[in-house]
Design a protein around this ligand. Structure first.
Ligand SMILES: *[C@@H]1O[C@H](CO)[C@@H](O)[C@H](O)[C@H]1NC(C)=O
Ligand SMILES: *[C@@H]1O[C@H](CO)[C@@H](O)[C@H](O)[C@H]1NC(C)=O
Length: 614
């Protein structure tokens, strides 16, 4: 992490360079002229790199149709790879040594060395790190996910939506930050390092200036050599509306500089301390009056707040920096209150006035530019969505072609005439070819239309199969019902006691309906039996189901009409009131009706079960 040019992609780069040269020689290909080919080469090289970490023998790299329809292949082994990477590998030790120096730790102080990041799998890197620390390396973290997990944890800590167990992380300022300004007195330039390297962050500091007029501060990284960026300037902060004291003397201006929780530096606030004449009308006088001091002098008051406290408060409150700053102000006031009272005789009163700060940050985008980029991002998201839909539409066509081609010679074979099957097969084949040619890159609607065109041919065939599967089930159900009603009609005609309460006219209606339905069913079955499977059926399962429902509605309520209770001779058996009519062990048997009791089992069979056609 301490060397920006020592990551996994730098090793990929070495491989890409090698294969670009090799393919130029072997196949006369200029890989770098074709971005698409180059991207594929990067992907393959990354894979090869991973393989080489696990296997030291010669390993192949093959890419089909790489460029200009040419298949390419090459090979490499770990030993050669390490040779090519010698320069990179030599860089491993420097950051390790540097971190030991910066932390002032000795190797003995290190308890364990945990490595992470994809590149930490490269054996040559592991070897060097292990050798440096003189210890075995620990790999208890997922090398690829460790960073992402850490980021996720940090996000959760910062988010107001998550509660995270107490977790202490001290961030540091990676590159020292200085301020410089034109001094008021001798027109020279002064500067001051406000955040040295590895200073804890987030952290605020208050600087005190003595000025009569607005002034500006320039923030910059004071060690451009270690900065991974060519320009060390951060930006200009203009402290505005600075005025002299009524007495004409310089005003005390307090400027707060801050590195926030995101590591971003800013001059976050400025205020002018105005001396107000006391009520007694005495001369204003501050104990630490600056009047005669050199105006170049600047005091740096370190915030009493420690970084840790600052950090925790931010996390605990999940509040913005602004509120944090207010809290700091409170702290300062407290500081003042704590001063011995005699040091600040009641003679002098001060008033603090906030001053506006104008920023001109060096690398911050202008808001129009930023808006434009955000807008562009939105457009690209839309584009991605459309592209996905387009791809999906294309895939549906492809899937349908494959599915139908299979089924036409499988489950659907009997449900289509030979002539239709041949022409449909041809159509599917044409579509497949089309997909690889002019159909490769079409608008979404073109694919939707294409699919509809195919389905117009395929769906009737699939429907015939579906009907052939559903028809017997529907016919069975209808037949079962016809049988049941016929049985009741028969029993009624045979004067079965069970049904002698039914209305004759209604039973006749049932018989008629049953007869009609049976005629309808027999007729359909007869016609259907002469029909080939490849023809559309004479009756659809749905029609049969509708017929069944119709029959049920007409007949069920007639034949299930409950038998009225026969008043028992004397006793009042409460259970009788709503006891079952034909209960096998119903109260009737006990109520002294032995015939019925005996008839019950037989009747149960004859009895119509409650049917639920729906
Ligand atoms: C290493 O790769 C070679 C070539 O693909 C293969 O033959 C060999 O079995 C591999 N060795 C191991 C240990 O995986
Ligand atoms: C129903 O059909 C049976 C047998 O075919 C017949 O005897 C009976 O008269 C018919 N009933 C009605 C109401 O059509």
């Amino acid at each position: 992490a301490f060397d920006p040019e020592l990551g996994g992609k730098d090793f990929d780069e070495v491989l890409v360079k090698f294969f670009c040269e090799e393919f130029a020689q072997k196949y006369k290909l200029d890989v770098r002229s074709k971005p698409r080919a180059l991207v594929r080469l990067y992907q393959e090289c990354e894979k090869l790199k991973k393989l080489m970490s696990a296997n030291s023998s010669d390993l192949p790299l093959n890419i089909e149709c790489f460029m200009n329809d040419i298949d390419v292949s090459g090979k490499l082994n770990r030993a050669k790879f390490e040779e090519f990477c010698a320069e990179l590998l030599a860089k491993v030790e420097a950051p390790l040594r540097s971190i030991m120096e910066q932390t002032r730790l000795k190797k003995d102080d290190i308890y364990a060395v945990e490595i992470m990041g994809g590149a930490s799998r490269i054996p040559a890197i592991k070897e060097r790190i292990s050798k440096f620390f003189g210890t075995e390396l620990s790999t208890t973290l997922n090398a690829d996910e460790a960073v992402a997990r850490g980021c996720a944890l940090q996000c959760a800590i910062l988010s107001p939506a998550f509660k995270v167990r107490e977790f202490s992380i001290t961030e540091v300022v990676p590159y020292p930050i200085s301020l410089k300004w034109t001094s008021a007195a001798d027109e020279g330039i002064s500067d001051c390092e406000v955040f040295p390297k590895n200073h804890a962050a987030p952290f605020s500091k208050v600087l005190t200036f003595y000025r009569r007029e607005p002034f500006s501060l320039e923030a910059y990284y004071n060690n451009p050599k270690e900065l991974p960026y060519p320009d060390p300037t951060m930006g200009q902060f203009n402290i505005q509306k600075v005025v002299p004291q009524p007495s004409g003397e310089s005003s005390k201006v307090k400027v707060k500089v801050r590195v926030n929780v995101h590591g971003v530096f800013s001059v976050s606030s400025a205020s002018l301390v105005e001396v107000v004449k006391s009520a007694e009308g005495e001369e204003p006088m501050e104990t630490d009056t600056p009047a005669k001091e050199d105006e170049n002098k600047m005091q740096v008051d370190q915030e009493v707040q420690k970084a840790q406290g600052d950090d925790q408060k931010e996390h605990a409150d999940k509040k913005s920096d602004t509120e944090d700053m207010e809290a700091s102000e409170d702290n300062k006031q407290e500081e003042k209150k704590n001063e011995p009272p005699q040091a600040k005789k009641a003679k002098v009163k001060t008033k603090t006035v906030d001053l506006p700060i104008e920023n001109s940050l060096h690398w911050q985008l202008a808001s129009e530019t930023l808006n434009l980029l955000v807008e562009n991002e939105g457009k690209m998201i839309m584009q991605d969505k459309l592209e996905k839909e387009r791809n999906d539409a294309k895939n549906y066509v492809e899937e349908y072609v494959y599915e139908m081609r299979d089924k036409l010679h499988g489950v659907l074979e009997n449900f289509v005439s030979e002539a239709d099957r041949d022409s449909f097969s041809l159509k599917l084949e044409d579509t497949e070819n089309w997909l690889y040619e002019e159909g490769e890159d079409q608008q979404k609607q073109v694919y939707i239309d294409k699919l509809a065109e195919l389905k117009k041919l395929g769906e009737p065939i699939q429907n015939r199969l579906m009907e052939a599967e559903e028809r017997p089930k529907a016919l069975n159900e209808l037949g079962r019902q016809i049988q049941q009603y016929m049985k009741v009609v028969g029993a009624y005609k045979a004067k079965d006691e069970l049904y002698d309460h039914l209305d004759e006219l209604e039973v006749m209606k049932v018989e008629k309906q049953v007869n009609e339905t049976m005629t309808w069913m027999n007729n359909k079955m007869n016609l259907q039996s002469k029909q080939s499977l490849s023809q559309d059926p004479v009756v659809k399962a749905q029609e049969i189901q509708a017929k069944t429902k119709e029959l049920y509605s007409a007949c069920n309520h007639v034949v299930t009409k409950p038998k009225p209770k026969v008043e028992p001779p004397k006793e009042e058996t409460p259970a009788e009131q709503n006891g079952p009519v034909n209960g096998q062990e119903g109260s009737e048997a006990q109520a002294g009706n032995p015939e019925k009791g005996q008839a019950a089992p037989e009747n149960t069979e004859a009895k119509l079960p409650e049917m639920d056609i729906d």
